[in-house]
Design a protein around this ligand. Structure first.
Ligand SMILES: Nc1ncnc2c1ncn2[C@@H]1O[C@H](COP(=O)(O)OP(=O)(O)OP(=O)(O)O)[C@@H](O)[C@H]1O
Ligand SMILES: [Mg+2]
Length: 222
């Protein structure tokens, strides 16, 4: 796996930070330049591999994210990824130039590590890396880009998406206290794991989609 030429680039961030938008644009730009590139998006809601994730996010296992512990929920998402790897993109990873993923193992770190005490974070990261990259053998990313958005601004974007109807949010999106702890766990991961941060707002509003896309492009071409 280590000798593949394919670059796996992960775009992560908190909810509503522009991951899907930027993943698509980056892939389109690379394809226009003649590279063989594709996107991935996790969870893969269309797949049976995400069944447990859908139960969890839909509140069937408890109304609070904390009703399912970090390790149990992380394994739901890990199953979704390895099923998709085996079923869909494993072969592409051996042939393509770029795969751009909207969320990945990194999302477990942001959203599940948030359930643990600060003193438990390093153990969790060690366990997760061992489980997903070494035991399940899905590839490690070449680059992780974290889209950083002020939470007040991303909440506005989310409201736009659901047209003000909060009942459409999943159990993560609807829990503000939980989202705050996710921000802290992301800040820890950025430092500890060396993720590349792209600031997506100017303190008052979002930067333009094109401006952010240009910055992402220059990072991956660097
Ligand atoms: N720079 C931007 N400026 C203004 N609006 C944006 C910007 N980037 C994305 N959006 C809009 O914000 C919303 C959320 O974007 P997107 O779906 O790409 O985010 P996401 O991180 O994938 O969200 P989620 O975490 O919910 O999957 C969309 O309506 C999108 O069009
Ligand atoms: Mg998205």
């Amino acid at each position: 796996m280590a000798d593949t030429k394919c670059k796996l680039i992960v775009i992560d961030g908190l909810d509503g930070s522009g991951k899907a938008t930027q993943t698509k644009l980056l892939c389109e730009r690379l394809c226009a330049e003649g590279f063989q590139a594709r996107t991935l998006s996790f969870p893969d809601y269309e797949s049976d591999g995400s069944a447990a994730v859908r139960m969890y996010l839909g509140g069937q296992l408890g109304e609070s994210p904390n009703d399912v512990n970090a390790y149990a929920a992380s394994s739901f998402y890990a199953v979704d990824r390895v099923v998709s790897y085996l079923n869909s993109w494993g072969k592409d990873y051996r042939n393509y130039d770029y795969i751009i993923a909207d969320r990945y193992v990194t999302s477990n770190i942001i959203h599940q590590m948030a359930k643990l005490k600060a003193s438990e974070r390093d153990d969790y990261i060690e366990w997760l890396y061992d489980y997903e990259y070494r035991r399940l053998m899905i590839p490690e990313p070449d680059l992780v880009i974290f889209l950083d958005v002020d939470p007040a601004i991303s909440q506005q974007l989310m409201r736009g998406r659901y047209h003000g109807d909060d009942s459409k949010k999943d159990i993560h999106e609807g829990n503000v206290a939980y989202l705050k702890s996710c921000r802290k766990s992301a800040a820890y991961a950025i430092e500890r794991l060396g993720w590349t941060v792209v600031k997506c707002d100017d303190g008052e509003k979002m930067r333009s989609i094109e401006e952010i896309s240009d910055e992402l492009y220059s990072i991956i071409k660097h």
